[in-house]
Ligand binder design. Structure first.
Ligand code: MN
Length: 164
């Protein structure tokens, strides 16, 4: 299995949120996570599918001017590689197929986030863009340590979002 990149950008636009991006082929599939990821398997974090981004956006930190799409301040909150470990009927399936099925399991090797996570599409809803990001129970699961609070800064510059 080849590794692809993932990135989480902390984005202060009209509201503070986290943009979770997974490389699928040569684009970044993107979800807005209002509360950010959790290491507690009991937390189900809403992840709203949004526009694809180009791969070269992965390292972007800085200011997007008012009036432009995504206006506000962005830092790279976490980055690394991921492995697709999604199975269906006990068979490994591709990340493209997993995305289409609305049922993705990945193993992250980030600077902050590690271990297995699921992204599950909420089906019986009017809004077909709502997914949930859930930490799976493994050695990296933690119901006490909150990386959003404990590790707020950029993994590139070590700056806080208010210092950009
Ligand atoms: Mn955003």
């Amino acid at each position: 299995m080849k590794n692809s990149i993932f990135i989480i950008q902390k984005h202060h636009s009209s509201t503070l949120h986290y943009d979770f991006r997974l490389q699928i082929g040569n684009i970044l599939k993107s979800w807005v996570i209002p509360k950010g990821p959790s290491l507690n398997p009991k937390d189900k974090r809403l992840a709203i599918l949004t526009e694809d981004h180009k791969l070269d956006f992965a390292d972007f930190e800085g200011e997007i001017p008012d009036g432009k799409y995504g206006a506000g301040t962005i830092i790279v909150w976490d980055r690394g590689s991921y492995q697709n470990i999604t199975t269906k009927n006990d068979k490994q399936i591709s990340i493209q197929e997993a995305f289409k099925n609305g049922d993705i399991t990945i193993s992250l090797k980030g600077e902050k986030l590690k271990g297995n996570f699921s992204l599950i599409l909420l089906r019986h809803q009017n809004e077909p863009k709502n997914w949930l990001l859930i930490k799976q129970n493994d050695q990296y699961a933690d119901n006490k340590f909150d990386p959003i609070i404990e590790l707020p800064n950029s993994v590139i510059s070590d700056k806080g979002i208010e210092e950009i």
